[in-house]
Design a protein around this ligand. Structure first.
Ligand SMILES: [Zn+2]
Length: 304
């Protein structure tokens, strides 16, 4: 079932200005109303003019919904932040800092900083994956950009292990190599026991059956790609999305930043059915604030 997309027009209607964005954040952080930390009760609050704060109608205690979020200390307007979240989260093939600079009307430096902050929010924890799983390793970077294949020992290419649930989520991790000792612990930490795993015929996957997983492999080395249900087309699809994106938008990626770029693509893949993926990013922020609701007011020294 295809959901209707959240359009720019709808975004602008919902978030016409900073004030609307702040109200939205407040509503997400305090879905049941703001509990005043002085009254220790849910109280009506009113917006303070010229401050990004609300005040308790009874006692005047202030509450700052931006506290602890990436928006807090920024000189960029909240509406621009929201628009950046909208663009980065929903642009299918990725957007560059240069495009963000144009869209937001900010400097390149600011656009770049926003991008980095948002990418950090995209380190989506998929939790354990299960059901029908495809696992494959791939290589990114180096001179022959985006070329698939197992490179030689001195290659500058960075190995990435991809684990995807058919019809579900993907986890893609930069690894130091694709040796059995590296790959198996990752699989154990990401894939539920007894899941059905599909791989190619690379020998590193040999122990899977002995570990209690179901395991079927497709003989890529013999140029066989699909036998009935046995294939790795889902993870290959993710690799091509990632590689096209990195090629088309980023031109080159340093291995240091590769994981965060991959997180960005995995996030979009994992939220491909969301009507408005930006909410998943805002949720990450508001959850942080909700959990630490009183932490910011604790006397110094209390925190640690
Ligand atoms: Zn109060």
């Amino acid at each position: 079932m295809k959901q209707q997309k959240f359009t720019v027009a709808q975004f602008n209607k919902l978030f016409p200005d900073d004030s609307a964005c702040l109200d939205a954040l407040k509503a997400l952080i305090y879905p049941d109303g703001v509990e005043c930390r002085t009254c220790r009760e849910i109280r009506p609050h009113h917006r303070l003019t010229n401050r990004k704060a609300y005040s308790c109608d009874y006692c005047g205690t202030h509450v700052y919904p931006l506290a602890g979020t990436i928006f807090e200390k920024s000189t960029t307007s909240l509406k621009s932040w929201f628009y950046a979240l909208y663009l980065i989260a929903s642009t299918r093939c990725g957007i560059s800092a240069k495009q963000l600079e144009r869209e937001l009307g900010v400097t390149y430096k600011t656009a770049w900083r926003i991008f980095n902050q948002v990418r950090k929010l995209m380190a989506d924890d998929t939790g354990m994956l299960g059901g029908e799983i495809e696992i494959d390793e791939s290589y990114i970077g180096g001179k022959e950009r985006g070329v698939i294949g197992r490179p030689g020992r001195n290659s500058k290419k960075v190995p990435v292990l991809g684990i995807v649930e058919r019809g579900g989520k993907v986890a893609a991790l930069v690894t130091k190599d694709v040796a059995r000792a590296t790959v198996m612990p990752i699989i154990d930490s990401k894939v539920l026991p007894r899941s059905m795993i599909y791989t190619d015929d690379y020998k590193v996957y040999n122990p899977l059956r002995g570990k209690g997983y179901g395991h079927e492999r497709i003989a890529h080395s013999e140029k066989v790609y699909v036998v009935g249900n046995i294939h790795t087309n889902t993870i290959e699809g993710f690799w091509s999305l990632l590689k096209n994106g990195i090629r088309g938008v980023y031109h080159s990626v340093s291995s240091k930043h590769l994981q965060s770029y991959i997180n960005e693509y995995a996030f979009r893949y994992n939220h491909r059915s969301d009507r408005a993926p930006m909410y998943a990013l805002i949720e990450t922020q508001t959850r942080k604030v909700r959990h630490g609701r009183y932490g910011q007011y604790a006397p110094l020294g209390d925190a640690r």
